[in-house]
Design a protein around this ligand. Structure first.
Ligand SMILES: [Mg+2]
Length: 265
């Protein structure tokens, strides 16, 4: 089996970023050496402290699916994609270029004011595959901006805070990479996959897995009904964040095959 999980609002509490209520399920995952794959908009550098804190040293889907952080691999300094994004921005007409302020255009105080990241700020700026930023301009400016990005093979997607430029991938695009990695280690069979998430940008991941858990998060509207939900492929937790995560994962570990029918939050 493979478990994919979003971080903020899912494994981590939406407000405090604590994963303490998930301790029991995390301990079982470590003891059984089950691949728990973080799937997040965070950078590889940002999740390094979380790996240490949770004791989970598995590949991770980072920067919203733009890349995979493979622990122990030596390609950590390859920032070709990021450099391409920055070069594409700088090649735009100045009238458009000045409308976008990416993380690399901001000083730390400016990013902190927008995100409240504080101590985690340096790690959030160490990007390899995507550039979040703020766009200010008319709808026409925005269309021209997106057009210029498209000519460079880039896409920008609006999130809660930022317009993020990447090569146009999502968390689900990396699922096949992770399953391939699993297959290299297992002689036969295919893994049963579970995905957990709380928000819009998790939907494609939740729909790509065999089974999915929507973790309750009262800070935003509930997710729309997902593919396969009516057929019982998707469950929703009643408890929020890591507490909901813990209950659902323990139930899944007990018996993945019957999890969706047994699970009663
Ligand atoms: Mg989330």
């Amino acid at each position: 089996m493979i478990i994919f999980t979003d971080l903020d609002g899912t494994l981590l509490d939406h407000e405090s970023y604590s994963f303490a209520p998930a301790a029991q399920a995390l301990a079982q995952i470590r003891a059984r050496n089950i691949p728990l794959i973080f799937a997040t908009s965070k950078t590889a550098a940002e999740i390094a402290p979380l790996r240490d804190a949770t004791g989970i040293f598995m590949p991770a889907i980072v920067e919203n699916g733009a890349g995979v952080d493979w622990p122990g691999r030596q390609d950590d300094d390859n920032d070709e994609v990021y450099q391409h994004i920055r070069a594409s921005l700088d090649a735009m007409p100045a009238s458009l270029r000045r409308r976008f302020r990416g993380f690399a255009d901001m000083d730390p105080a400016e990013i902190d004011a927008l995100t409240g990241l504080g101590a985690g700020l340096c790690a959030a700026r160490r990007r390899r595959y995507s550039e979040p930023g703020v766009f200010s301009g008319s709808e026409t400016d925005r269309e021209a901006f997106l057009y210029h990005l498209a000519t460079c093979g880039l896409l920008a997607v609006q999130g809660g805070r930022f317009l993020t430029i990447s090569q146009g991938v999502s968390k689900a695009d990396r699922v096949a990479d992770i399953v391939g990695w699993w297959r290299e280690r297992h002689v036969d069979g295919r893994p049963i996959t579970l995905a957990l998430g709380d928000a819009e940008n998790d939907i494609d991941l939740l729909e790509a897995a065999d089974l999915a858990v929507v973790v309750a998060n009262s800070s935003h509207a509930p997710l729309r009904p997902l593919a396969g939900e009516a057929a019982g492929r998707v469950v929703r937790t009643r408890e929020e964040g890591p507490a909901g995560w813990n209950g659902a994962v323990l139930s899944f570990l007990e018996d993945p095959e019957t999890f969706a029918e047994r699970y009663r939050p």
